[in-house]
Design a protein around this ligand. Structure first.
Ligand code: MTE
Ligand code: CO
Length: 425
């Protein structure tokens, strides 16, 4: 037994050595401190953590990630953050796998900071073109039949800083205004039906309870189709950042419409033309006119690793490309990957659930010969829409836009394995 474990130890040691020889930083953090310097924790020695008892069950009543994962956090961009109360931070996409975003890592976008709502005093009011104006408590909402759905939320401004050229170094910043969680909530239709819609009802205005009172007009057809009044995310109560105790879920449509701290629904016969659907979240076209009501988030994808914050550290050889694709129109039919800036394409492997209006995970495995790469991914959705290049987007929309940038992202992988954000023409 001794001999066989010693053998295993030897081969493991050789493996670690070859990682170190190729300049890998894979082991950093995992084998820290003095023991690491001396190699005392490495086979064939018995590691420290195998010698002592660990924390007991009362040490962590609410679990947190391992201390070695402390850099896996939401981050903001200093020059983009005029005030922390009206700003954005970004999901660390380069560190995540699968399709679900952990609650503590979902990007945040607030117009007036995080409202501190006491659930006992929470009320949802419905007025306008309804038979019975109503006010619901949180308990009232929880007595409607509920459903569980996994959806992505993408801010219309995601990738907005990249309209005029590549700018930010990392998919956390270039594509990180997105998250995907499982919501538990009540179909908005059930709540509207309870109040009774008048025959001339055509629009619903959703209003937030934060100090911005952020509000948006939603066509009734969408409100009745798949919107949810949600109170849980990934099984637990919504986080304060995400609208605790209740937010609106508007599947596949721009994040701005997913009103947080939802306090009022007004039913009307025309849109309200609120600030967020006129001066903001419209697309300034080449001819100087603004395109309004671009609700659907079109098909998009990004390679999350390798990427500028997740370089290749193992040198040449077998390499795994991991990425995300999504479409506000439905599911993802196919994702192609290019290693040479879009000249040649090869189909990636979509892995895991393929759910409507949710993130999809894809992988592409290949043998890297160590030469520079121009990595791209291109998604095609269930209505046959193909993710455009940035040049195609600019031809269609000019260069004045900010919102709704779903162009193909290019990562330049250097010989060293480092990665930078570039554009190919
Ligand atoms: N709802 C209210 N009440 N206040 C807000 O500032 N921001 C909107 C939307 N709903 C906002 C809001 C924007 S622009 C986006 S992109 C999403 O919430 C962000 O949701 P998140 O913070 O859960 O990521
Ligand atoms: Co937004």
């Amino acid at each position: 037994m001794l001999r066989s474990s010693d053998k295993a130890g030897m081969s493991r040691r050789r493996l670690l050595k070859s990682v170190a020889a190729s300049g890998g930083v894979i082991a950093a953090g995992a084998f820290d401190g003095q023991a690491r310097a001396n190699g005392e924790n490495l086979p064939p020695n018995v590691a420290d953590w195998s010698k002592y008892l660990g924390d007991g069950v009362d040490a962590r009543p609410y679990g947190m990630p391992a201390e070695y994962e402390k850099d896996v956090i939401r981050r903001s961009v200093r020059w983009l953050t005029a005030s922390t109360e009206s700003s954005v931070n970004f999901t660390p996409l380069h560190e995540l796998e699968g399709i679900i975003t952990p609650n503590g890592l979902c990007f945040e976008r607030h117009h007036a900071g995080i409202a501190d709502v006491n659930p006992r005093d929470y009320r949802l009011m419905i007025n306008g073109l309804v038979d019975k104006p109503m006010i619901f408590t949180l308990d009232d909402i929880k007595r409607f039949p509920r459903t569980n759905k996994i959806y992505f939320l993408e801010c219309a401004a995601n990738s907005g800083m990249e309209w005029r050229g590549s700018q930010l170094n990392g998919c956390q910043y270039t594509q990180g205004m997105i998250h995907c969680v499982q919501y538990t909530g009540v179909p908005l239709k059930l709540i509207l039906d309870e109040a009774g819609l008048r025959t001339n009802a055509k629009w619903v205005m959703a209003e937030g309870g934060d100090a911005s009172g952020m509000n948006r007009s939603i066509p009734l057809e969408k409100a009745l189709y798949d919107c949810l009044v949600a109170f849980k995310m990934n099984g637990e109560a919504l986080r304060p950042e995400q609208g605790y105790p209740v937010r609106l879920v508007v599947p596949g449509w721009e994040g701005n419409m997913w009103v947080k701290w939802l306090r009022r629904l007004e039913v009307g016969d025309k849109p309200w033309h609120t600030r967020e659907e006129t001066s903001k979240y419209t697309d300034l076209m080449e001819n100087g006119k603004s395109r309004r009501f671009t609700w659907v988030m079109d098909c998009k994808s990004v390679i999350t690793s390798p990427s500028p914050q997740a370089p290749i550290t193992h040198g040449k050889g077998h390499t795994v490309i991991s990425g995300l694709a999504w479409s506000g129109q439905g599911t993802i039919e196919r994702v192609d990957v290019s290693l040479d800036g879009g000249r040649n394409w090869d189909a990636a492997r979509i892995d895991g659930p393929r759910l409507h209006k949710a993130l999809h995970r894809f992988y592409y495995e290949f043998d890297w010969d160590g030469s520079p790469l121009l990595l791209q991914s291109r998604a095609i959705d269930s209505i046959g829409y193909v993710q455009p290049t940035k040049a195609e987007l600019r031809t269609a929309r000019g260069t004045n836009s900010i919102y709704h940038n779903n162009g193909i992202q290019t990562w330049h992988v250097m010989k060293t394995g480092e990665v930078e954000n570039v554009e190919v023409s």
